[in-house]
Design a protein around this ligand. Structure first.
Ligand SMILES: *Cc1c(COP(=O)(O)O)cnc(C)c1O
Length: 371
């Protein structure tokens, strides 16, 4: 049997009756779109994030786009983010018609280097979009200080960081809006697509509800140009069940991370760093090594199939060449892209797989691991 970086089939075996119970309940309810399950999940997930409002959407890419729309950000406006992220972060900025500007990441955490924000903020900058990458929060104290000074807004990309905390506060309540993904691999994942915005601002919540539904508040009457981006009842019902287990999933993720940390501490791999004051939820366990490509090839021969998040920095992709960045403009991001790879990490990952991966790495590197 091969070892993969992510898999849900074991978890499905364990939770099958519960999940199928949700399917039956929703299919029998007579209500499939924007009904009681979505409403309940919005409240429960907002409460989990210590926020007043949750607004369900079709996916987090839409969520980021709608967040920018709700702030009236569009053509001529700039949004500051990082190039070390999933394509959707920047695709959403693009879809809103705004221009993405990048800062580099910190070499220690691979998260937004907030000390560079001042240099890129211009009078056209309307928003900072920090990405809580791999399950760990950006230094939001610094982001907020700079945003307040420049009188601009903050939208958090929380697609990888459900339950992560910064100085005791949950991701999703650290800016004006938080955007979560329920894509199956994410820390809280459904059995299909889904997403949610969180906010403490009643006006923004109301605007987001309109924008996800053609600009309508009641039926058949549009108040403003809007879109169609809805979370469906089936995903919401399943996510409500999984939300109850989320703290347990996170505990298991952290346990797996600490096993890797212990086992690999004496190798030449660079291991992830949990910043003091943060709770990292280890959506991904990203390590670094100069011989990354060779390691992945050797591991593949042993049926250990790993991923790279992310092999190409966004600012160097053809699809974003119009933004005008050249090689060398974000050196830490560019170097990391050549060295990073992710070890298998998901709640139902067997201990035996963790050990097999560590042992294989130790053998390939000719270094000792502590199992
Ligand atoms: C997954 C992801 C998204 C997009 O989420 P979808 O729900 O798939 O649209 C956005 N940003 C980051 C950082 C992600 O990891």
């Amino acid at each position: 049997m091969s070892i993969r970086v992510w898999d849900y089939l074991q978890e499905y075996e364990e939770e099958r009756e519960d999940i199928l119970g949700c399917v039956e309940q929703v299919f029998r309810s007579g209500r499939l779109i924007l009904g009681p399950q979505v409403e309940a999940l919005e409240q429960e997930f907002a409460r989990y994030c210590e926020c007043a409002y949750g607004v369900g959407v079709g996916n987090a890419t839409d969520g980021l786009f709608l967040a920018l729309k709700a702030l009236d950000i569009g053509p001529g406006d700039e949004v500051v983010t990082v190039a070390n992220t999933a394509v959707p972060t920047v695709a959403a900025i693009q879809a809103a018609g705004a221009t993405a500007r990048f800062v580099d990441v910190s070499d220690e955490t691979l998260l937004m280097n907030t000390s560079q924000l001042d240099e890129v903020i211009t009078p056209r900058t309307k928003c900072i979009l920090p990405v809580h990458l791999f399950g760990q929060c950006v230094d939001m104290g610094a982001v907020r200080r700079i945003a307040e000074g420049a009188r601009i807004r903050v939208v958090e990309d929380c697609a990888q960081s459900h339950g992560a905390t910064y100085r005791g506060c949950r991701a999703g309540r650290l800016g004006d809006m938080g955007v979560f993904s329920f894509y199956p691999t994410k820390p809280l994942g459904g059995y299909g697509d889904g997403g949610m915005l969180t906010t403490n601002d009643a006006d923004l919540a109301k605007r987001l509800r309109r924008l996800r539904f053609y600009g309508m508040e009641g039926a058949y009457y549009s108040e403003e140009p809007g879109y169609n981006s809805r979370l469906d009842e089936l995903q919401a019902a399943i996510l409500r069940r999984k939300l109850v287990r989320l703290e347990g999933y996170i505990e298991r993720r952290r346990e797996i991370a600490s096993r890797y940390q212990r086992a690999l501490a004496r190798t030449s791999l660079r291991l992830p760093v949990e910043v003091e004051g943060n709770r990292h939820v280890y959506y991904l366990y990203v390590v670094r090594h100069a011989k990354r490509d060779w390691l992945l090839e050797q591991l593949r021969a042993r049926e250990i199939l790993l991923n790279i998040s992310y092999p190409w920095p966004i600012h160097l992709m053809r699809g974003f060449s119009h933004l005008g960045y050249k090689e060398g403009s974000l050196p830490v991001t560019e170097r990391a892209a050549k060295e990073v790879f992710s070890l298998p990490l998901y709640p139902s990952l067997p201990d035996a797989s963790i050990e097999a991966v560590c042992r294989a790495l130790g053998e390939l590197l000719g270094e000792s691991v502590d199992l």
